[in-house]
Structure formats: structure tokens, C-alpha cells
Design a protein around this ligand. Structure first.
Ligand code: GLY
Length: 362
């Protein structure tokens, strides 16, 4: 397996789906448009709900994107686990009433295993399906050739994808076995286990229902595909590193935080957690401010304020009592500008917003 950089992986994914006749779109803003159910965009599909529902005609019925996402539900776990971040990029290929399970499964496998693309070892990949989805199970077994014992059936909690209201459906995931050394050691440790051994990299959602937000499901007028693959997670697997924070572009930011704070990554668990929290929160904050969010006491602005203040507090834990986060903006811009060139144009503004918030907090 060749090790690819995060920026290379993003480009490979988008190019792969262009060869499958998808239209590549840029990431949508983190601010949802006409969607009161969400404070911030949290998945690749979220900005495209009207296309899934058939309310709006998409520019093409096959689209691929790399979407900026924020999820703060697990904020207390950030820095403590290998795979949680508030900011991440979600790679996705989408079908709006076009292809369905056969193509989506075959292409996810081709992208991950073909030596022309990512070239992961197929023996380390384990598909899962929703427990009642025989059709997906049969595709994995009969069309892809995965032995039955390696396909796991999981319940609604793991293999039915929905985030609030809107399009949703059963899903089929692909887990990468990172090796026993990452496992919990329990005899029943397997794909779906909470430990760090089997890392979910790809989620094929067979999006065919609409949830009205109160748990009432109706059939969408068309069958869709909504996939999600966390770019940083894919990079963890390809680069053979321990966590999201050890991925090339993210680690470059941590190095800068280390340089400014004088704290060394790897010295102690406590220091590492603080360095990771700062790295995660500054990435999220730069992207949010770039999309027009300002710190405030409500809604999205409050999420941003909370992230900046948590990062500043972790700075204090590392012994830094002066504003310092604003000095990290340049490296965040540098690591991301090939995909988001607007960051460089807005850098001075983003830096000012962060510095002012740090001063107010101090
Ligand atoms: N929308 C599919 C996912 O985020 O996994």
C-alpha cells in the first residue's frame, strides 16, 4: 500500500468519481441554506437534501464533493480518541434517482482496493450491512466475492444512517482492520466494536426514506445513493498512523502549536490532549470564520465562541496566558489552500477575528 497525503487522497477520490461520470462540485458553505433543522453542515449530503427529495433538479444526477463538516456532539472526547474531530472533510459520491446499490458498492470497493487508486489490502477490509438488507449482503458475496464470514450484519444503531430530519436509509459500511494492537482484546471484538481496531472508512447509504424529524418515515420519490468517507480517517489508514491528529496536514498544524506553546507532542497524555484540542478547534474555527460566522452568544456564533475559548483554555493548561491562537492561522491556511483558495484571501480577517476573541476572553 502506498502512503498518500491527505490533499492527494481528496483529489484521487474526486477524480475517480469523475471517471464514473460524476459532476465534481466545490464544498458548500458550513452555514446551511434553507434548513432550519441544522446549525452547521454535518455531512456531505446535508446541503443536497432538496436533490434527494426530488424537490429541486440537481445539475447532474451523479455528483461528487469533498464537504467541510462540523460535528460537536462528541466535543468532550476530542483529543482523547483516535477518530473524533469537530472539523473534518467528508468525501461523497451521490446518486439522485440514478445508480443504486450495485454500482455504489462496486465503486467503493474499486476505489479502496484497486492498485490504480488507493490500493488497500482487501484482506484487511470488512463490509457490514444492515441486518435485514439481504440485497446488499448478496452483492458483497456474489458480485464482489467477499466470503460470508467476513460480512457483518449490524442493527439500526450502526447501519441505518440519519442525522436529524431528512433523507435517510439503511447503509453498508467498510471497516479497515488496523490490527490487534489497536483492539480491546475482547473475544467478540469485530467490526462495529467501539474500540480503535476496526475503523469505519466508508459508508454507502441507500437513501430511500424521509424522516420528518419526529421519527415518521415516508418513501422518497426516488432511490438515491449518499456516501460518506471521512477524508482524515482514510488518511489515517493510508498513512498507517495512530489517529486523525497524526495525519500529515493535521500534524503540521500541531507542530506549529507545539512551537508556539513550547509543549512537546508525545511527552504526556495530558499535553497531547491539549495540543490535539487546540489543533482541532483552530481548524474548525478558521473554516467557520471563512464561511462568515462570527463569535457570539447564540447559535453558530456560540459554537465558534465555545471552540475558541476551549482552545484558549487548553493553551493556559500548557502555560500560555497570552493570545496565541491567531498565530496558528497561517499554517491552517497553508495546509488547506490548495482546496480552499479563499482562505488566503481572508487570512488577515480570520486572524483579526480570532485575536479579538482571544483578547476579549483574556
Ligand atoms: N451521509 C453519510 C455519512 O455521512 O456517513
Amino acid at each position: 500500500m502506498k502512503s498518500y497525503g491527505l490533499n492527494e487522497l481528496r483529489e484521487m477520490f474526486l477524480r475517480f468519481f469523475e471517471t464514473k461520470e460524476h459532476l465534481r462540485l466545490p464544498s458548500f458553505s458550513l452555514i446551511p441554506q434553507d434548513d432550519a433543522s441544522l446549525l452547521l453542515i454535518n455531512s456531505g449530503m446535508a446541503p443536497m437534501k432538496p436533490y434527494f427529495k426530488g424537490d429541486k433538479e440537481p445539475p447532474r444526477h451523479r455528483i461528487c464533493t469533498c464537504q467541510k463538516c462540523i460535528r460537536t456532539g462528541d466535543i468532550e472526547n476530542i483529543g482523547k480518541t483516535a477518530r473524533h474531530g469537530t472539523y473534518f472533510e467528508m468525501l461523497g459520491n451521490f446518486s439522485f434517482g440514478d445508480y443504486f446499490k450495485h454500482e455504489a458498492i462496486a465503486w467503493s470497493w474499486e476505489f479502496l482496493t484497486s492498485p490504480e487508486w488507493v490500493g488497500l489490502d482487501p484482506e484487511r477490509l470488512y463490509p457490514s450491512v444492515y441486518e435485514k438488507d439481504d440485497e446488499a449482503f448478496n452483492i458483497w458475496r456474489d458480485e464482489i466475492g467477499i466470503p460470508e464470514r467476513r460480512i457483518t450484519r449490524l442493527g439500526k444503531e450502526d447501519n441505518f444512517w440519519e442525522h436529524g430530519s431528512g433523507p435517510c436509509g439503511p447503509c453498508s459500511e467498510i471497516y479497515f482492520d488496523r490490527g490487534e494492537e489497536y483492539g480491546c482484546g475482547k473475544p467478540d471484538c469485530a467490526p462495529g466494536c467501539d474500540c480503535d481496531r476496526y475503523m469505519e472508512v466508508w459508508n454507502n447509504v441507500f437513501s430511500q426514506f424521509d424522516n420528518d424529524g419526529n421519527g415518521n418515515y415516508s418513501d422518497l420519490i426516488q432511490k438515491n445513493i449518499d456516501t460518506g468517507m471521512g477524508l482524515e480517517r482514510l488518511a489515517v489508514v493510508c498513512q498507517g498512523v495512530d489517529s486523525l491528529f497524526d495525519v500529515d496536514t493535521v500534524m503540521n498544524i500541531t507542530h506549529k502549536v507545539s512551537e508556539i506553546t513550547g509543549a512537546h507532542y508525545g511527552d504526556s497524555h495530558k499535553t497531547d490532549v491539549s495540543l490535539r484540542v487546540i489543533t482541532d478547534h483552530i481548524r474548525a474555527s478558521v473554516m467557520m470564520i471563512s464561511d462568515g460566522i462570527l463569535p457570539s452568544n447564540e447559535g453558530r456564533g456560540y459554537v465558534l465562541r465555545r471552540l475558541l475559548r476551549r482552545a484558549a483554555r487548553h493553551g493556559k493548561l500548557l502555560g500560555v496566558n497570552e493570545p496565541f491562537l491567531y498565530q496558528v492561522v497561517d499554517i491552517v491556511v497553508h495546509e488547506n489552500e490548495c482546496q480552499y483558495p479563499e482562505l488566503r484571501e481572508k487570512q488577515a480577517y480570520i486572524t483579526r477575528v480570532i485575536r479579538t476573541e482571544e483578547e476579549n476572553f483574556a
